[in-house]
Design a protein around this ligand. Structure first.
Ligand code: PLP
Length: 465
């Protein structure tokens, strides 16, 4: 008999939440410019903004904090982390950074020359921005299935080999800086790549002398899907699949705030000795000495322990199980969501949820604001606001996916919290005609979704009564 996804842990300490009134929430979202990033967390009930740095650490990780060696150079915790990354991810050199984008910054600066192309399986906000700031041009090589929220392909994160080959033929391999390979593709809905596709993608690139760097942020969640879905992988433990993925690639950037169960931290890991030497030199300029990279010793200790915990079968079974549980409830109620349900959250298809709100009025932004007003659940826009403007023309980009992400922090919320979230989303879906589109009041230049402010396109409420 198949067992349910019940958690392999119990609660030792609780953190109180404040339940607000609808009037309070209406005021709060207006004060926040209808941007959930600008809400103070004390006014949020269930916080599904992101799974980044929001995980609950284990008692072992908390105990690890007390073993922080805060020496400026050569901290004991650095060596422990280096050994752990070598063991589980397999790369030779570890350069710690304060979080994922710190590693992306270093890699982009070191490996991209002005005018070069950087193919990737769908863009990620910070990754693409650092590639562009380094003079690169991002080219999407994800399979077409990823652009269709209703397509139930089991590996929608896969790279399309024909798209990679076409790019190489068009611009020449020497103008391709590297391929950026994301596991469990965030912007596609947390969709995995198959081991086979990862191998074939790396083979193709390597035949042309193009390195492949993994965005390993959610690699272990991807391993779980490989184990569940890919023929021949059912009996492989997660740590073995992880090594098989990493072993095909030349290095990785990592936000440890996701898979690795810490509140802050990341790293760049590389196999090439010379490149690693350059990265160690550059990290001093932007992050800190190469044995701490902007982190306290205790943070590196917690990360090393978190990496070990992240590959436990029971942990990943309940982590993904909880996400699937919420997704199933919404699908059963007929709410349009990206399918299959991904690894780290539920992605509402806002374009279909709100057909009366035109793309220029940012349906996903409006839906996330309305969800907060309805129940105090905080979600995030992942659509046109996140996509920003075209680097050359300055026009708004309208990606094929206009989504609201309900991201589930690891080991934080209960099944009843998932029930409340589902009830609120379903209620909103039944009253969707009451949701009003938004227009920009303030638009920041970089990563505008974080700090943009909006107003309702008509009236002064995003959710009419
Ligand atoms: C979060 C994330 C990043 C950036 O990491 P930060 O730690 O937030 O800087 C990069 N890539 C992916 C896929 C992510 O989800």
């Amino acid at each position: 008999m198949k067992r349910s996804w019940a958690e392999p842990w119990k609660v030792k300490m609780v953190e109180h939440l404040r339940v607000t009134t609808r009037a309070e929430r209406e005021q709060a979202i207006a004060d926040a410019g209808f941007n959930t990033f600008l809400l103070p967390s004390r006014l949020v009930y269930i916080d599904l903004l992101t799974d980044s740095g929001t995980s609950a650490m284990s008692d072992v990780q908390w105990a690890g904090l007390m073993r922080g060696d805060e020496a400026y150079a050569g901290s004991e915790n650095f060596y422990r982390l280096e050994a752990t990354v070598r063991k589980y991810y397999g790369y030779k050199h570890l350069i710690p950074t304060h979080q994922g984008r710190g590693a992306e910054h270093l890699l982009s600066r070191l490996c991209i020359r002005e005018g070069q192309y950087v193919p990737g399986n769908m863009y990620f906000t910070t990754t693409k921005l650092h590639q562009e700031l380094a003079g690169g041009r991002f080219v999407d090589v994800i399979v077409d299935e990823a652009q269709d929220p209703d397509n139930t392909h089991p590996f929608k994160g896969n790279c399309d080999l024909a798209k990679i080959q076409r790019l190489i033929d068009q611009v020449g391999a020497e103008r391709v800086a590297y391929l950026s390979l994301e596991t469990n593709v965030n912007m596609a809905g947390g969709q995995p790549c198959s081991l086979r596709n990862i191998r074939e993608t790396c083979d193709l690139c390597h035949r042309h002398g193009i390195p492949v760097y993994l965005d390993a942020t959610r690699a272990v969640e991807n391993c779980y899907f490989i184990q569940q879905r890919e023929p021949g992988c059912q009996s492989k433990p997660l740590d073995q699949i992880l090594r098989e993925i990493c072993d095909c690639t030349d290095g990785c950037t990592m936000s440890a705030k996701k898979d690795a169960l810490v509140n802050i931290g990341g790293f760049l890991a590389l196999n090439d000795d010379q490149l690693a030497e350059q990265a160690r030199n550059l990290v001093v300029v932007y992050e800190g000495l190469h044995t701490y990279g902007g982190l306290a010793g205790r943070d590196m200790e917690a990360m090393a322990i978190g990496i070990e915990e992240s590959v436990h079968q029971e942990h990943m079974h309940s982590r993904i199980g909880q996400v699937q549980y919420l997704g199933k409830k919404l699908i059963e109620a007929g709410v349009p969501v990206v399918r299959p349900i991904g690894g780290h959250g539920i992605f509402l298809n806002a374009a279909r949820f709100l057909p009366h709100v035109p793309r220029e009025q940012f349906p996903a932004q409006a839906l996330s604001a309305a969800l907060y007003v309805d129940s105090g659940v905080r979600a995030m826009e992942r659509g046109a606001v996140s996509a920003g403007r075209d680097k050359e023309t300055g026009e708004n980009l309208y990606p094929s996916l206009e989504l609201v992400r309900l991201t589930i922090p690891r080991r934080v919320y209960t099944q009843a919290h998932m029930d409340v979230t589902a009830e609120s989303v379903i209620d909103l879906y039944e009253n969707r005609d009451k949701i009003v589109g938004l227009e920009f009041v303030h638009e920041p230049r970089y990563l505008r979704f974080f700090q943009a402010r909006f107003r309702p396109a008509s009236g002064d409420r995003v959710l009419r009564t």
